[in-house]
Structures are given as structure tokens and as C-alpha cells.
Design a protein around this ligand. Sequence first.
Ligand code: HEM
Length: 328
Amino acid sequence: MRMAPRGSNGSGGGTKLLLCLLLVACTGAAGQGLRVGFYQQSCPDAESIVRNVTWPAAAADPSLAAKLLRLFFHDCFPQGCDASVLLDGRGTEKAAGPNLSLGGLEVIDAAKAALERSCPGTVSCADAVALATRDAVSFQFGRLLWQVETGRRDSRFSDEADGTKLPNPEYVFPILRDSFARRGLGVADLVALSGAHTLGRTTCMFVSPRLYTFQGNGGVDPFIEPRYARELMGQCTSMASANRVVMDPGSEFAFDTSYYRAIKANRGVLLTDSVLTHDDEAARLVDEMQDLGKFLAAFAASIQKMGAMDVLTGSQGEIRRNCRVVNY
Ligand code: HEM
């Protein structure tokens, strides 16, 4: 389903591009118009309203942080954090293969409903996702891990093709690095944001090719530590296995640094996790990320950067009343 063109409310993409060309400073202008406390006047309780929904939901469901982190990434990466992934309907981003297994949507609905009750038509769904993600990840620490710049607006456009523009878990390092670079994210961002895989699970369809049909030798990926490969084979028993395996064994629900220790020990579950040790710069950063303080600081900086990519602001897009449908 293709809806109204992006930025169709006055500030068209063409105008934006022209302005960008005129202002050389445009590179790095991602997120212009966002600021911490954007709703201070218009909806002063916006952040606590979202938190009052998200923290009880995180207490009830330890997998919520994983679900929301993945949702936020899948919203932002293809074409900006604009809640386009939330729109229901045939042909929307949500209908794309990688998005069929997204979770946490009902928590976004609940947060948005609470926001609408207090401040109708004021807080965007894109901001609700950014805030709820921060809150869910922060819940286990009992304090907020990063500040969220707000002021995003919601897209009136969602295209299934965009939903497929995500990095493929079978990318080798240079291709993975370039896919992030095209979105303005460097190797430091790639290494920090990959740390999200300290949470959650993956379906065997992304793991089995490494175990049974690895490129080059038709067998097991030689970079997987042999004992771990056997463990994975016990869970993903064939190419057809539909099981789900923990991305960071032993610490599925803890937002911690054990993911980095695992990939250093060749126990990364996806190829894109393992390849972070195949490049000197990335490998050095993987070592650094084993310090929790450094990881949390780097993750905070990179998720703020990701959250500012290609956002709609000002009079662009709209403030959706219901995150699943465009306003009519
Ligand atoms: C570096 C490139 C990336 C690739 C190739 C990738 C790929 C994947 C794949 C294949 C899964 C399993 C999905 C499933 O089976 O349902 C997954 C899960 C996940 N991804 Fe990524 N991902 C990447 C980066 C990121 C980033 C940047 C974030 C967030 C900042 C993220 C957050 C997550 C989380 C939390 C899960 C677990 C979800 C759950 O258990 O509900 N990923 N990813």
C-alpha cells in the first residue's frame, strides 16, 4: 500500500533536497528540529506517560526490550524514524518479510492511547516508539540510560519494499559496514548498535545456513567455535528448523556486555555478529565494548544518532491519532 508521498504536507522532499544542496552543512543535518524536551510546553508529561505504560509492560514481559529495540531499528533504518513500520495494511512496510515477526506493537498502541487521552493530537507515534524503546531497555537499570530527542512526526507513507531494506544477516563485514555507512552510521555505530543482540532470539532460518550449507565449504562456518556449533546444531536441527535460539546464551534478558565476549570467543550466532571480529577497527571496538560503562555510553550515542536519521519534523507528515492508520 503506497500512501501519500513522504513529506507531502507542505515541505516536499524536493524542497528539502534543494535546501540541502544550498546549505553545504546539510550532511549531518539528520534530526534537525529534534530536541530533548520538545513536548515540554505542549504535553509536559509525555515522557512519564510513556514510561508509566512501558515499565509495567517490561516487568510483565522480559522480552519487551528486545522487541522494541528491533522495532525501532526496523522503523529507522530503511528510510527514517517516522513510524512507517507501524501502519497496518497490504503493501505496507509491516507486511515485508523481516517485519512479520516484529513484537511490542501493543505496547506502542497502549502508550499512544494514554498520550491521546492527555494530549490529543500532540505526540507522534515515531516519538512514542523512540521513548518506549529507551524506557524498556532502561527498565532493568531503574534509571533512564539515554536522553531521547523528540519532535519527530509520522509518515503518511509506507511501502513494503522499504521493509526489505535492512541488512541481511549473511552479510560479510565490508558489505555490512557499507550498508550502515549509506545511512550515515560508522563502524563505531555498527559495533555499538549490534550490542542490541545481547537481547532476544533469532529464528533458526538465519543460523542453519552457517551450520549446514556454509559458503565455500558446504558445511559448518569455520569461524564458529566447534562446541558452540554443536550446541546450535542441537537447537537448529536442520535447514528447515523453525526453532528460535537465544542470541546471547546465558543472558537473554540482560542488557550487558556478554554479547561482545561471545563474539570475541567465536560464539556469535549470526554471521553479521561474528564478522565484527574480522576487521581491525571493529575488533578493537568489540574489545572496548566489554567495559559496561563504555558500552552503555557508546550505545546511547549511537541510538540517538540512529533515532535522528531522516526524521520528519516541523510541518512534514502528521501526528497520527492511531499509530496503525494514517489520519483521514
Ligand atoms: C547489524 C545488522 C543487523 C542484522 C543483520 C540483524 C539481524 C537480525 C536478525 C536476523 C534477527 C532475528 C529475527 C528473527 O528471527 O525474528 C535479529 C533480532 C534482533 N535484532 Fe537485529 N540485526 C541487526 C542490527 C540490529 C540493530 C542495530 C538492533 C537495534 C539497535 C537490533 C536489534 C535486534 C533485537 C533486539 C533482536 C531480537 C528480537 C527479539 O528477540 O524479539 N538488530 N536481528
